[in-house]
Design a protein around this ligand. Structure first.
Ligand SMILES: Cc1ncc(COP(=O)(O)O)c(C=O)c1O
Length: 396
């Protein structure tokens, strides 16, 4: 080997950074390039609300900016007012008593994943999750040297894992639960969630519970809500929440973690080292996201998602796309389009080019069967969704 080859090896990214790409980013890119030419785009690919932050949050951010407040660093784990508001939110929504000391504000749930995984797992630890799943869990765990075990799931368990599956994983150290999940939108029923959490506690398995889609569910009335925070069963899991989805604040990059006592100090030290603190302006303004006026505005968004969801499910069935995951929550429909293509990645780019309809190919979420699936979001503008479904119906 020559000197040049050695130098070539030296100036390369570390092997652990070699995680799979998130293909939906290419779709976002292709859709915006098409939109820039003036051609129509019907955005069903992106998991974010078309609306902005609640009015009360925006007003507070505007006030703070105008006041000349220096908006300096905050405590690493977040400002006390926001941690208190988040803690109260658990009382209001779930009747669960959470102390502000147990809340860590993070830069989106995404920023929190890195903290939780580092705090909870050693390199080589086996961490299980359902397949399909949200690719970033897998990719971040892999970059940290953990061994990811995917548990194949299907409609018979609403695409959620079971205790039997977990019991079959040798050397299991951790499990990722997501209810409602991305990409399927399916939820664990309260009894199923409690059963998994109890089993994990008994077997020393660290649960990481992604609850960032709470508030977005369609199966029942508020009184019969399926969403239960994992902390209503046990205080050992790490629980994630976010301002991105129900609160309609994706780009503000704010989320939170309920940190169990055994991880709290490690998380606090890590977060101070990584980012010093989450963005100060967002934290200060986000306190208003829990106000009554913001709640009324946000529940209006949920009513719109529910109408979008009804339209999307019925239109898809009408056009012969009938194998759909039960879209209990979040704002996604996970559709098997295996009768139309065996390569949804290429198909979705052709669909965009021919019709302007943008969907997310399943390969990001399901490493085995994703080539038959697409994920469609109903978080967007109702008119755009209806027009996109018309174009899709004409295409298929
Ligand atoms: C299941 C799931 N968890 C976490 C995230 C990231 O959320 P955040 O914007 O809070 O980082 C997403 C984003 O789409 C998601 O779908």
């Amino acid at each position: 080997m020559g000197v040049g080859d050695q130098a070539g090896e030296r100036w390369a990214a570390a092997a652990r950074a070699n995680v799979p790409p998130f293909h939906v980013m290419d779709m976002i890119d292709a859709a915006s390039r098409r939109a820039a030419t003036g051609a129509p785009v019907f955005a069903l690919h992106s998991g974010q609300p078309a609306t902005g932050a609640p009015e009360a949050v925006r007003a507070e951010a505007t006030r703070l900016l105008a006041s000349g407040d220096p908006l300096g660093y905050t405590p690493a784990v977040g400002i006390p007012e926001l941690r208190a508001a988040i803690a109260e939110h658990y009382g209001a929504w779930y009747d669960v008593d959470v102390s502000p000391d147990e809340v860590v504000v993070t830069t989106g749930a995404s920023g929190g994943f890195l903290l939780a995984f580092l705090a909870a797992f050693e390199p080589g630890d086996v961490v299980a999750m359902a397949r399909p799943n949200y690719a970033c869990y897998r990719n971040v765990l892999m970059a940290l040297g953990c061994r990811v075990v995917e548990l194949p799931t299907g409609p018979e368990t609403r695409f959620q894992p079971t205790v039997d599956q977990l019991a079959g994983v040798r050397g299991l150290r951790g499990v990722l639960l997501a209810s409602a999940a991305n990409p399927t939108g399916t939820m664990l029923l309260p009894g199923e969630l409690a059963e998994i959490v109890a089993w994990c506690e008994e077997h020393g398995v660290q649960v990481i519970s992604d609850e960032i889609y709470h508030g977005l569910e369609y199966a029942g009335t508020p009184a019969t809500r399926l969403s239960r925070t994992t902390w209503s069963t046990s205080r050992r899991p790490v629980v994630f929440g976010s301002f991105s989805k129900y609160f309609s604040m994706t780009g503000w990059r704010l989320g939170w973690m309920l940190a169990p006592a055994h991880l709290r100090r490690a998380v606090e030290v890590l977060t101070g080292n990584f980012t010093i603190c989450p963005p100060a302006l967002g934290q200060r303004a986000a306190v208003q996201a829990f106000s009554a006026t913001a709640g009324a505005e946000l529940d209006g968004h949920v009513a719109r998602y529910a109408a979008n969801r009804r339209l999307m499910l019925s239109r898809l069935v009408d056009m012969g796309i009938t194998r759909l995951a039960p879209a209990d929550g979040a704002f996604y429909v996970w559709a098997d389009v295996g009768h139309l293509t065996s390569d949804t990645l290429a198909w979705s780019h052709r669909l965009l080019a021919d019709t302007g309809v943008a969907v997310a190919a399943g390969v990001d979420f399901d490493t085995e069967q994703g080539h038959r699936f697409v994920r469609m979001s109903f978080a967007g503008d109702p008119g755009e969704i209806a027009a996109g479904l018309d174009a899709l119906a004409a295409y298929v």
